[in-house]
Design a protein around this ligand. Structure first.
Ligand SMILES: CSC[C@H]1O[C@H](OP(=O)(O)O)[C@H](O)[C@@H]1O
Ligand SMILES: Nc1ncnc2[nH]cnc12
Length: 330
């Protein structure tokens, strides 16, 4: 048992995995029934405990008072930077976080991120559902499960996000509010193929870099969509990031370049909206599992074709690692 007297074990399987980012160290809409201590995986330990929450269809408040005959829906939550923001973006144990959620058998991965905006129309406190990524990390993050001598795999990554998942989230676009000034309308941008730039950090961009990212077609910028999105793909998990804008980065000549203070100023409004959005998403999923989760969004089985190394050439340890993610395949 934990200090909160919740079990530290969970024997069931999870439906949805959620990763929270800066300012979203927990989701208040989740009422944990178990708190697993940071999970040890073949790729290290998760950045935070894994909280498990249970929802019953028709159970708007997550307390389990819904329709007793219907199947229960389980959500696992991990805080990307740790419960106390201990892990800088470069050192987040991305492989452990995604592997743990896959091991719990979640069927999709929803991720939240605080981002800078590279477009005037994406205002601070607006949300974005990007569909493309440009990699500006520096090659110093472990970004694959299949990049070892003895285990080689190449997954398709042309469309790094799940469009079906993004469409599912977008149906709840009207829940966004600007809580301290309701006259301002907050938008969930999904109007165009939006692109998130992923930089290494931890320092923010120079003005010249910020302007270059705009020329490259970037719409928002963060330090964490990679390798998370790649690892989700390697785990055959439909993945969508909800980007929550906090600043205009450094490209606006008449504005001060981004600082942490600016980011912080928008975190609580963004967290309220993240909770509102997550509540609606989970409650609908609990009533009926969306098709992209039930069928795997076209990803199911893809990994068997993506691994180039012959199973007979794999060591016992390699097979063990693979089975942590895919108990049914090898
Ligand atoms: C404190 S601003 C920079 C920080 O915020 C974002 O974190 P996350 O994506 O986990 O919400 C960004 O990626 C940086 O890590
Ligand atoms: N301007 C910015 N650059 C990178 N990551 C961010 N997260 C929030 N704002 C950001």
């Amino acid at each position: 048992m934990t200090g909160t007297m919740l079990p530290e074990q969970f024997d069931g399987t999870v439906d949805l995995g959620i990763i929270g980012g800066t300012g979203l160290y927990k989701l208040d809409c989740l009422k944990p029934i178990a708190v697993l201590p940071p999970m040890v995986t073949p790729w290290g330990t998760t950045s935070s405990p894994v909280t498990i929450s249970r929802f019953q269809p028709g159970d708007g408040d997550g307390e389990g008072n819904g329709n007793g005959n219907a199947a229960l829906f389980y959500v696992a939550f991990i805080s990307r930077h740790g419960s106390h923001h201990e892990y800088p973006p470069t050192r987040v144990p991305f492989r452990a976080n995604v592997a743990a959620l896959k091991h719990l058998q979640c069927k999709a991965l929803l991720s939240f991120s605080a981002v800078g905006s590279l477009r005037e129309e994406i205002q601070p406190r607006d949300f974005v559902l990007p569909q493309q990524i440009i990699d500006r990390t520096k090659g110093i993050r472990e970004s694959s499960y299949f990049n070892d001598v003895g285990l080689v795999g190449h997954v398709g990554f042309g469309n790094p996000f799940s469009r079906a998942f993004a469409e599912y989230v977008h149906q709840f676009k009207d829940v966004l509010h600007n809580y301290d000034d309701e006259s301002k309308v907050r938008t969930l941008h999904f109007d165009a193929e939006r692109t998130v730039i992923c930089m290494e950090g931890p320092q923010f961009s120079t003005r010249a870099e910020s302007k270059m990212y705009r020329m490259l077609g970037g719409d928002v910028i963060n330090m964490s969509v990679l390798p998370e999105a790649k690892l989700a793909r390697e785990c055959e998990l439909p993945y969508q990031m909800i980007c929550m804008s906090t600043d205009y980065d450094a490209w606006m000549d008449h504005e001060e370049p981004v600082t942490v203070e600016q980011v912080m100023g928008h975190l609580s409004n963004n967290a309220r909206n993240a909770n509102a959005l997550a509540t609606r998403i989970i409650n609908k999923m609990a009533v009926e599992l969306p098709e992209f989760m039930a069928t795997g969004d076209g990803l199911k089985g893809s990994i068997k074709m993506s691994i180039s190394t012959k199973p007979e050439a794999m060591s016992k340890e390699t097979l063990q690692k693979l089975r942590f993610l895919f108990p049914d395949y090898w």
